[in-house]
Ligand binder design. Sequence first.
Ligand SMILES: [Zn+2]
Length: 311
Amino acid sequence: MNGIAIGVDVGATKIASAAVTPQGKVVAARQTRTDAGQGPDAVIARMVTEIEALASARNETVIGVGIGVPGLVNPGEGLVIRAVNMGWQEVPLRSQVQERLGMRVPVYVENDLRTAARGEAMFGAGRGVKDFVLMTLGSGLGSAAMVDGRVVHGARFFASEAGHLALDVNGRRCKCGLKGCAETVLSGPGLIAETREILRAGIASTLQDRDTLTPQDILYAARQEDAAALAAMDKLGEWLGIVMATASAWLNPARFIIGGGLGLAAFDLIARRALAEYGVRALAASEDGAELVRSQVESSAVGAAALVLAG
Ligand SMILES: [Zn+2]
């Protein structure tokens, strides 16, 4: 296959886009503000501007455009059902982009975690297996699952949403309103809350008496062997292993891919604990062990381009 695919990752704050070769190589990239407060029309107009700028910068045929959106997406209809962070509801994104684009090319729309999973499958840490689960730890917990070589959507496009998996019915309040969702522990805010609880028990720590605490502070302290920070990382690893075992009970993936800012930064501190917990809980699935690896596709736009390249 020749030509380039254009991938667009639209987030609540920025629109990242790239021209990507069929081999997954980024040959041009752009970034602009989303300004979601201006409404879908303005955001779509900006996306089209970015796509056309990438297309005209390269003297190559554009094979298609893939767009990743943070929300509930019906990819068959190219419809964004809901994207809470952008305030979108029932936006027919594919047809609106197609209408405004000067060129006639196929346009694909998908949930951003599912585009990331496709990116990992084609060009990253998902190569070589047909069954894997991707989890991204950052400000929240994002996830997507590949089963038998296909990204899982479910009846209402809500499958493999590990962020709101109930881990502890008496746990911390989640921003969704319920208690004890996985996101309340497997995220930056979750790590901070966990550390504060450990500190409140009076443990000696360089993090005591801090007014503000960031995940970076905690990771730094853990690398200095700070007892409270290490206890918080241990808890993070334990929770990750529990979610992995839960995922295994439903999907039995061969590999778990961890991404996101916190997931990548904390990987070496939590991986061993996570695998140990998984080994205890995943029963038969753990006999062959599970692979726990870092995500490899750095650009979210590459995942979006993979929508085109995977056809
Ligand atoms: Zn929740």
